[in-house]
Write a protein that binds this ligand. Structure first.
Ligand SMILES: Nc1ncnc2c1ncn2[C@@H]1O[C@H](COP(=O)(O)OP(=O)(O)OP(=O)(O)O)[C@@H](O)[C@H]1O
Ligand SMILES: [Mg+2]
Length: 246
């Protein structure tokens, strides 16, 4: 479904991504981990068109999408949630999700009331209870992350790039977020690539894990296989409880 071929990304002289080759199959639930600054968010930015690859190719569903702008990528069926939630603060929570459905895939001929119905549907799907006047500023950290997910789902993606959606959440919220991810996978059949530092949650849910280190993919395997990797042990052992990490 998604294929990256020899992707590089430079910021000035600094190379944030080095010769990334990555294949993700339709329906997969893939974890992407690595130490701080290893290039995980940059990889999402390149896939979602926020940054252009400096070299290499990004292919999605057989189409070369390298250099597509974020709106074109979104229409192709890729959506992402941001590591730091970015709601439009002057719009209500419901309106924020409506924007997702207005900009998303296959929603060109919506009747006027449909974006509202859609928004309410996705808010319910992620378990976020608000009324039509609730503003993003009133939401807890956990609920802001739910809003990110609802907005992303409203675009009707085929591939969801989820960037640290559990960062800053408490134990109970982590469990709830895990359930939402499971539902996205099982009910909506959306392919997911998930960047997360909360290893216990990630290793429980994903089927395969890719490890980035200094901008390079250094290993890939099942959760069991990668949890024996020295870099994973070094980067995450003892960090497990630092759920507030960002
Ligand atoms: N716009 C940018 N300009 C310059 N350098 C950047 C930019 N974006 C990212 N970088 C650098 O690229 C490297 C990778 O950053 P990135 O945000 O992708 O890491 P990450 O793996 O997501 O880390 P974290 O786990 O802390 O979120 C870092 O050294 C970062 O400083
Ligand atoms: Mg990041």
């Amino acid at each position: 479904m998604l294929e990256l071929i020899q992707v590089d990304r430079f910021f000035g002289h600094f190379q944030a991504l080095k010769q990334i080759n990555l294949k993700v199959e339709e329906g997969e639930f893939r974890g992407l981990i690595g130490p701080n600054g290893s290039g995980k968010t940059t990889l999402f930015n390149v896939i979602s068109g926020v940054y252009k690859a400096s070299a290499g190719q990004v292919k999605f569903l057989g189409q070369d999408v390298t250099g597509f702008t974020p709106d074109k990528i979104c229409h192709a069926g890729i959506t992402r949630s941001f590591q730091i939630p970015r709601p439009f603060r002057e719009m209500s929570v419901v309106e924020n999700v409506m924007l997702g459905s207005l900009f998303g895939k296959g929603t060109k001929n919506l009747a006027p009331q449909e974006p509202l119905a859609e928004a309410l549907h996705w808010l319910e799907f992620v378990g976020l209870k608000v009324d039509q006047h609730t503003m993003p500023g009133e939401l807890t950290a956990g609920n802001l992350r739910r809003l990110e997910l609802a907005r992303a789902l409203a675009t009707h993606p085929k591939l969801l790039l989820a960037d640290e959606i559990m960062s800053g959440l408490n134990q109970e919220e982590i469990l709830q977020a895990s359930k939402v991810l499971k539902k996205i996978r099982e009910e909506l059949k959306i392919t997911i690539i998930w960047v997360e530092h909360i290893m216990s949650a990630l290793m429980n849910l994903v089927e395969r894990v890719t490890i980035l280190d200094y901008g390079q993919i250094i290993a890939e395997g099942t959760p069991e296989e990668v949890s024996r990797n020295p870099i994973v042990i070094e980067a995450y052992l003892g960090e497990e409880e630092t759920a507030g990490h960002a």
